[in-house]
Design a protein around this ligand. Structure first.
Ligand SMILES: Nc1ncnc2c1ncn2[C@@H]1O[C@H](COP(=O)(O)OP(=O)(O)O)[C@@H](O)[C@H]1O
Ligand SMILES: [Mg+2]
Length: 631
């Protein structure tokens, strides 16, 4: 009996571990119900959609598969070779035979290394191509979303999708899938080789497999949670960063650094914790598999050694010293792929989770799509008409309530009214940033819904209160769209809007560097640049939204002057707080809570002695007072 004691001890240890792990599994399974881990999309569906990206490279994938099979040959044959060498050394030694065996071994090793190298080069190339295709599609898609849809997704989330999640998917193509296939082949191959060598010892090794499978299943359960948590925490941090780095100056101005730091630390700590948990799980799993491996090796030496000494024969196979050496090597080649498969399966799950998130973005159908028969407008006169327009950003909360007005070509129309009365909204609707719920908006008598959005927007020049400059140069910010302009044209535009005076003084002139968001220029300068940017394209309709607010008097005069000139270019819609700016408009529309109260020319409205009159008197008195103070 006592000769089976070592086997019993090994069995007992594995048994205890099994009970421990099963307990852990049970615990996590019940705790895990609070966290939803399930995906909405079936694996097959995700595979099908991903396959679309891999399809153009199917030839390369087949090539990789071929190369991979070659490299596997080494794993399968080398243990048998080593076994042969051991028998050769022990038995009738022949130097020439040793040389042959060693040469074959070395040759296979080199072939396998070259194959592995080629395989990873090809895969990396494909992976990067797929990655960039996916990234481009995603970015294009995000750009096609409407303002309304974009308002509802944090920028950081989109950054994570484009930067991190696409990466996980490319990893899947380059690394995970191929290695999974490789490991399955190795596993099957090694099993076959072991069976050929010795059934009895193979049976012994197979006894360990159920435990391996059980541990792997438990491991998968645990890592899935960890992976999911790491992913959520990463998105969370990215969202926080992208928002707070943009607003960092506000944080500094309001002395909120500590509060923000605490918030960040908390998020950072959660990510750290999630990653640690992930590591713990791996930290338990890998040694467990290693322990099973060592146990099986010990059993091999014990049982195999006994079989060798007693010269026992099983189904006609006897155990030689070479068999034991080969088996020893095969066992490690048997356990490795199983462990790797488990880990790769997890990574695959994680890649699927990423894919699902990306596809969720793809599945957001752009709300503002052109009608199939939408027309292209080459040229417009610049006539604008609102017919009983009703609009709400959120259902039921009407921001515009039955707004109607008409702007003849080349007229200048001003919108005035208190903050929140709906002026910016009207301007936004003309460019079809949002779709209206009721009524009609007509450009040159054509409903804007029947016009291609890109074609519509090409005829508009928008100048908004907060000018967005991209990092680049003055030139790149003025030219913006792909059209090529000569320096002469750019300078002409700058002169037209009085931007030339300050650009002239810059060392770099048109090539002066513009930093992110144009933070190395004053608000007034940015505004003048945005004017130049707009008029260089000679838009038929110009839209100015409080473009003259918060600007010093000197710059305002410049802007005032350029506005006068710009009136000659086309139709102009202006929102301005200072009524002096818009006195000469052909029509002034006074809005209040999304409804038009009064409209007419400056003189007409003054004669009415209505709301406009009051507003004007208020500003007039204020100005008088300021002038007195100044004097
Ligand atoms: N993206 C948005 N989502 C929801 N409500 C909005 C949005 N933009 C503006 N609003 C609301 O619409 C109303 C009109 O805003 P707006 O047209 O910007 O006014 P203003 O006359 O000051 O330019 C305001 O009450 C504002 O709160
Ligand atoms: Mg506004």
């Amino acid at each position: 009996m006592h000769e089976y004691l070592p086997i019993l001890i090994v069995g007992a240890i594995i048994g205890v571990l099994t009970i421990l792990f099963s307990g852990l599994w049970y615990y996590v399974k019940h705790k895990g119900q609070q966290v939803s881990l399930d995906r909405n999309m079936a694996d097959m569906e995700i595979m099908r959609r991903l396959a679309k990206y891999a399809k153009p490279y199917w030839k390369q994938f087949v090539l990789v598969l071929g190369i991979m099979l070659l490299s596997i040959a080494y794993s399968l044959i080398s243990p048998a070779l080593v076994g042969r060498i051991e028998e050769l050394i022990k038995g009738r030694f022949e130097l020439s035979r040793l040389w042959t065996l060693v040469a074959v071994y070395a040759g296979m090793l080199i072939v396998s290394m070259v194959c592995t190298y080629l395989q990873s080069i090809i895969l990396q190339k494909i992976g990067q191509k797929i990655l960039s295709a996916l990234r481009q599609d995603l970015f294009t898609h995000i750009q096609s979303l409407s303002h309304n849809q974009l308002n509802n997704i944090p920028v950081g989330k989109l950054v994570t999708r484009v930067a991190n999640d696409t990466n996980a998917i490319s990893m899947m193509f380059t690394n995970i899938l191929v290695n999974m296939v490789k490991n399955v082949f190795i596993l099957v191959g090694v099993l076959g080789a072991m069976l050929l060598l010795n059934y009895a010892l193979t049976l012994m090794v197979l006894c360990f497999v159920p435990f391996l499978v059980l541990f792997t299943i438990i491991f998968r359960k645990l890592t899935r949670r960890a992976f999911r948590r790491v992913k959520d925490c990463t998105t969370d941090i990215n969202t926080f960063l992208s928002e707070n780095l943009s607003g960092i100056k506000i944080t500094q101005v309001f002395n909120r650094e500590h509060a923000k730091m605490d918030e960040f630390l908390e998020k950072s700590y959660r990510l750290q914790h999630a990653r640690q948990q992930q590591m713990y799980v791996f930290g338990v799993f890998r040694p467990t598999v290693y322990m099973l491996y060592i146990s099986s090796v010990m059993c091999l030496f014990y049982l195999g050694g006994r079989g060798y000494i007693h010269d026992s024969v099983f189904l006609g196979q006897s155990i030689t010293s070479g068999t034991i050496v080969s088996f020893y090597l095969y066992i490690s080649r048997f356990f490795d792929p199983i462990q790797m498969l488990a880990e790769q399966f997890n990574m695959l799950q994680s890649a699927f989770a990423s894919a699902e998130k990306i596809f969720a973005v793809f599945d957001m159908k752009p709300e503002l799509v052109d009608e199939p028969d939408a027309i292209e407008l080459d040229h417009i006169e610049g006539e604008i008409e609102f017919k009983d327009v009703w609009f709400a950003y959120n259902p039921g909360e009407w921001v515009l309530k039955g707004v109607s007005f008409h702007v003849a070509p080349r007229q200048t129309v001003a919108l005035v009214g208190a903050t929140g009365s709906g002026k910016s909204t009207i301007l936004s609707l003309i460019c079809r940033n949002y779709d209206i719920q009721k009524g009609q908006i007509l450009i040159d008598g054509i409903d804007i819904k029947h016009i291609k959005t890109s074609s519509l927007r090409r005829h508009f020049g928008q100048m908004l209160q907060d000018v967005f400059l991209f990092s680049g140069t003055i030139r790149s910010n003025i030219v913006l769209r792909e059209d090529a302009f000569t320096d002469e044209q750019i300078w002409e535009a700058c002169r037209y809007v009085n931007a030339d005076r300050f650009i002239d003084k810059l060392d770099g002139g048109l090539d002066e560097v513009v930093r992110e968001r144009g933070n190395n220029f004053s608000a007034g300068q940015r505004q003048l640049l945005s004017f130049a940017r707009t008029i260089i394209h000679r838009p038929e309709v110009m839209i100015l939204d409080e473009a003259t607010a918060n600007i010093d008097t000197e710059t305002e005069l410049l802007i005032q002057e350029s506005l006068e000139k710009m009136k000659n270019i086309g139709t102009m819609l202006i929102v301005a707080h200072r009524l002096s700016t818009i006195q000469h408009a052909d029509n002034i529309i006074l809005l209040s809570h999304g409804e038009i109260l009064e409209q007419g020319t400056h003189q007409q409205l003054l004669h009415q002695h209505g709301r406009y009159y009051k507003l004007y008197m208020l500003q007039y008195e204020q100005q008088e007072r300021q002038e007195k103070l100044g004097a």
